[in-house]
Write a protein that binds this ligand. Structure first.
Ligand code: SF4
Length: 178
């Protein structure tokens, strides 16, 4: 797995970085969850999904009995965007080689939210029609199952999103024996 150097400055997000936020969980898992970008807590701790979104994700995983340590969790970009804005196309492109190296050889990628779905699937539009559909993306010349779903923060006020995210996690737990 290719990792950015501590001093990576391939895109402008390096300017606001406290820590790089690199993948966590089972780094050899067949399933990878890809979020958007680190937030404040993630930037301070150098770990993905440890703030509010992480708590919601943890709860959804607990609800379906999926152990967080059995999947790998990462983001499209490894540095926090200013004021938690969405990462820009150029920033995701600059960080893409690191993401690709994290995803290479996996059996299933779960895209958590619009940015991850846009970066990996090239889909831009409402999430509802694509959530929990079976798509495929090509990483290093290999077709890998890609399941779009809601970002945990979208679940805060939307019961439907919460249920759909649980459904996604249940699907991968059962299909991949996690
Ligand atoms: S977001 Fe990625 S490409 Fe940009 S500086 Fe951080 S590690 Fe480097």
């Amino acid at each position: 797995m290719m990792r950015p150097g501590e001093d990576c400055s391939l895109c402008g997000l390096c300017a606001g970085r406290t820590n790089l936020v690199l993948p966590s969980g089972d780094l050899a898992s067949s399933v990878v969850l890809v979020g958007e970008a680190p937030g404040e807590n993630e930037d301070l701790q150098g770990k993905p999904f440890v703030g509010r979104a992480g708590q919601i994700l943890n709860q959804a995983m607990a609800d379906v009995g999926l152990d967080r340590e059995k999947v790998m969790i990462t983001n499209t970009v490894k540095c926090r965007p200013p004021a938690n804005r969405d990462p820009e196309k150029e920033e995701m492109a600059a960080c893409r080689k690191f993401l690709d190296s994290e995803l290479s050889g996996r059996k299933c990628i779960v895209g958590l939210g619009k940015s991850a779905v846009k970066d990996l699937l090239g889909y831009v539009g409402p999430m509802a029609p694509v959530v929990n559909t079976r798509q495929y993306v090509e990483i290093d010349g290999e077709r890998i199952l890609f399941i779009p779903t809601y970002h945990p923060m979208a679940c805060v006020y939307q019961k439907v999103a919460r249920e759909k995210l649980r459904e996604t996690l249940r699907m991968v737990k059962e299909e991949f024996g996690l």
